[in-house]
Design a protein around this ligand. Structure first.
Ligand code: HPA
Length: 328
């Protein structure tokens, strides 16, 4: 493992009793989900060696480890934004750590402005894909081969089997779920109406200031991603009213119950490892955690798809113990 992460991961492994299978990254104002975690261990980012500190209102900056519906999870409540002035490697450090802790899949969530005119504030949108308009990429610089390939494939970044699962789960728990493309921008100023029209022409349905770097870093590590945006406001120029961060937080307060219901059911289904497309039976927590740990450092095979993953992951899990990178 890269020396930059060794201390962080050792610190967390020594404290988290069960290696996580699923990771969750919570967006602005969506921190309430963390309260649903059982047998909670909360560690403020400030106490985690190597973790950058987040100072945005609505971002608590706490790592929460525990279980949800019996699934071992780690929830990152509060994220590090590029607009705070952090360099890209710091922005993606928490996501990298989820992968290194063994998370097989990660749910990324965010607050976003609605570009699609059929959306309304309070809608939840499953992210089908993203457009990176950060003007940079977290993988710029020497490639860390222990994480993944120099030129990682992004064609299934928001994994289609997990999206199918999320849609099935949303129907089951009766939470309406839109679907669309998220465009990531640096912020911190909100967009102009002309930018929003341009993003709409590019095929974006929602806009936000996060998520894209983390999804690139997780994809690089071969970690499965499923993304949910909370449409907290209609984007600039859609409605004749100025945008305020307060509105973002107010909407997340309003949708919190629906959001927690959806995420809880989704994490439970992901932990079971079942999906209409991915008939995986996770043999045991221990084995699946081992597979996840191994996967984080494994290079995804070109063209390898979801159905091929469980076997490959199990194989890698079998060799994980002998890998010096994976030593605990
Ligand atoms: N633009 C960018 N980021 C956002 C928005 C928005 O309208 N709403 C919440 N995050």
């Amino acid at each position: 493992m890269d020396a930059r992460f060794a201390e962080t991961v050792e610190f967390l492994r020594a404290r988290i009793p069960v290696p996580p299978v699923v990771g969750v990254i919570l967006g602005s104002g969506l921190g309430d989900f963390a309260a649903a975690v059982e047998d909670r261990l909360e560690i403020p980012y400030a106490q985690i060696p190597g973790f950058p500190a987040s100072a945005v209102v609505g971002h608590a900056g706490t790592l929460v480890a525990g279980t949800l519906a019996g699934v071992p999870i780690v929830v990152l409540s509060g994220r590090i934004h590029f607009y705070e002035g952090h360099p890209m490697p710091s922005v993606v450090t928490p996501a990298r750590v989820l992968g290194l802790l063994g998370c097989r899949d990660v749910v990324v969530t965010n607050a976003a402005g609605g570009i699609d005119q059929s959306f309304s504030a309070g809608d939840l949108m499953l992210i089908s894909d993203h457009i990176n308009l950060f003007g940079t990429n977290p993988l710029i610089g020497p490639n860390d081969e222990t994480f993944g390939a120099r030129f990682p494939d992004m064609s299934d970044a928001y994994r289609s089997d997990l999206r199918t699962l999320a849609k099935a789960v949303a129907r089951r728990v009766k939470v309406p779920l839109k679907e669309g493309v998220y465009v990531g921008v640096t912020g911190p100023s909100y967009e102009t109406p002309a930018e929003i029209r341009a993003f709409r022409a590019l095929g974006a349905h929602a806009v936000g200031m996060s998520t894209v770097p983390e999804v690139i870093a997780l994809g690089h590590m071969g970690v499965g991603v499923v993304g949910v945006s909370c449409i907290t406001n209609m984007a600039a120029g859609v409605l004749k009213q100025p945008l305020h961060h307060e509105e973002v937080l107010e909407t997340t307060r309003r949708v919190k119950d629906r959001f927690v219901r959806l995420l809880t059911a989704l994490v439970a289904a992901m932990g079971e490892g079942r999906s209409p497309d991915r008939l995986v039976v996770v043999p045991s927590r221990k084995a699946s955690a081992g597979a996840g740990r191994a996967k984080a450092g494994a290079k995804p095979k070109p063209g390898s798809k979801a159905k091929a993953r469980p076997k490959a992951a199990a194989r890698r899990g079998a060799t994980a113990k002998s890998s010096p990178r994976r030593k605990r």
